[in-house]
Design a protein around this ligand. Structure first.
Ligand SMILES: Cc1cc2nc3c(=O)[nH]c(=O)nc-3n(C[C@H](O)[C@H](O)[C@H](O)COP(=O)(O)OP(=O)(O)OC[C@H]3O[C@@H](n4cnc5c(N)ncnc54)[C@H](O)[C@@H]3O)c2cc1C
Length: 376
């Protein structure tokens, strides 16, 4: 078991995120298991992708609205957390839809939020038609990393409300349970060890927005001190996390919607009026960043993110957050997937460009070349 003394970390052990650290016991010393380094190099790059996270400073919008005779339910604005939260917000959207007696529903959007909303509606007996201008593999959801990050780029803490917090916690709990049930069932979801790399002693408290998470959704961590891990930083904090491989996951969700007799129609909508002309009495708006123009939500703004993919390496079975502090020049992270080793670490608010930023590519790739060349 890991320990932290008043002077810093003396050894390693399990730490409950929310509670205090266990006392130090003799004979608890151990080292991180053998980890294969990433073969990081410029010649290993296979592509760089860009996605615009749909960010609303006051958090996702999950709310019904009357539109003439129809019920319009908004479910968009999940920022950097949509892959994590969508089953939960989809569940709540389906509850709102069930208030109406009719069972025909239109879902606008075929990213992760639209697909999971469609499935939650189908589970309640709705006939679903998804309308979307783009479908996988051409959605923002396909460009995500993606891990269980339910509070990432999600909300400005000063703009939260009690009602929103309640919706968030409920959505996070529903998603947390649902995603776990897909592990090992061909959805591209798996548990993976993640190592946060840092030179300063880890704090015993959850930082930032992670405090939003209910305690039962927090997994404990193991802290490894100097000499106990292979990374060129003083500390490595290991915490298991769920990995979601977007191309596998989204294709499975599309299959599931179709197997439950859902229709997918390629169509672009320009305005609320074009939505009102749909035959379905209930409409669930899962247009992501597209909702800005579609329903005039001026709060929505992009958080541009890009990933550089290296050749896949099956033997790399852990992820990293951060790098050696001397060279990182900003936050970076690595997640191995079947379609490549994904390197990321960008979030640029208000940038609508879908072009990769070469400076960001250089920063992120160089930080990882340095990190993995110095691994034991
Ligand atoms: C680099 C990067 C890393 C990320 N990492 C993570 C992560 O680790 N964990 C996590 O949880 N999340 C992560 N995210 C965030 C996640 O990808 C988003 O929150 C999520 O994809 C949003 O899903 P969505 O369905 O709302 O949007 P989208 O995937 O953009 O889908 C929107 C849908 O609406 C359709 N649409 C839009 N406008 C219209 C219109 N006018 N008419 C018709 N159809 C329309 C689109 O065609 C599309 O089908 C990451 C994102 C990026 C870019």
């Amino acid at each position: 078991m890991l320990k932290m003394s008043g002077l810093g970390i003396a050894s390693i052990g399990m730490v409950s995120c929310a509670g205090s650290l266990p006392p130090i016991k003799a004979g608890d010393f151990r080292r991180v298991r053998r980890l294969e380094p990433v073969d990081a190099g410029w010649e290993r790059i296979i592509r760089t992708t860009v996605g615009l996270r749909p960010y609303r400073p006051s958090g996702f919008l999950l709310r019904p609205e009357r539109m003439e005779e129809k019920l319009l339910i908004h479910n968009y604005g999940h920022g950097g957390s949509g892959m994590s939260l969508s089953w939960g917000t989809g569940y709540i959207a389906a509850e709102m839809a069930a208030e109406r007696p009719e069972r025909q529903v239109a879902v606008i959007g075929c990213g992760v939020v639209g697909l999971t909303s469609a499935l939650q509606l189908q589970r309640r007996g709705f006939e679903v038609t998804i309308y979307a201008k783009d479908i996988p593999p051409n959605t923002t959801s396909n460009m995500s990393l993606a891990s269980w990050t339910p509070t990432s780029g999600l909300v400005n803490r000063d703009l939260r409300t009690v009602v929103w917090d309640e919706q968030f916690r409920r959505a996070a709990r529903i998603s947390w349970h649902q995603l776990q049930l897909f592990v090992g069932r061909g959805y591209g979801i798996s548990w993976i060890e993640g190592y946060s790399l840092q030179d300063s002693p880890p704090e015993n408290e959850l930082g930032g927005e992670n405090r939003l998470l209910p305690e039962d959704l927090r997994v404990g961590s193991s802290i490894y001190g100097p000499g106990q891990h292979p990374f060129p930083t003083r500390y490595a904090v290991e915490r298991p996390s769920m990995r979601i491989e977007p191309s596998i996951y989204l294709d499975r969700l599309v299959d599931d919607v179709r197997k439950a007799n859902g229709q997918i129609v390629i169509r672009r909508f320009e305005s609320r009026r074009s939505l009102a002309a749909l035959p379905e009495p209930v409409i669930v708006n899962c247009a992501g960043l597209g909702a800005k123009a579609l329903v005039g939500d001026e709060e929505l703004t992009p958080l541009k993110g890009q990933l550089t993919l290296l050749m896949p390496q099956e033997e790399v079975d852990y992820s990293t957050f951060g790098a050696a502090s001397q060279t990182a020049g900003g936050f970076v992270h690595m997640l191995p997937r079947r379609d490549g080793i994904a390197l990321g670490g960008t979030s640029v608010e208000g940038d609508w460009s879908l072009d990769p930023d070469p400076d960001a590519v250089r920063r992120i790739v160089e930080a990882h070349i340095d990190l993995f060349s110095r691994m034991d």
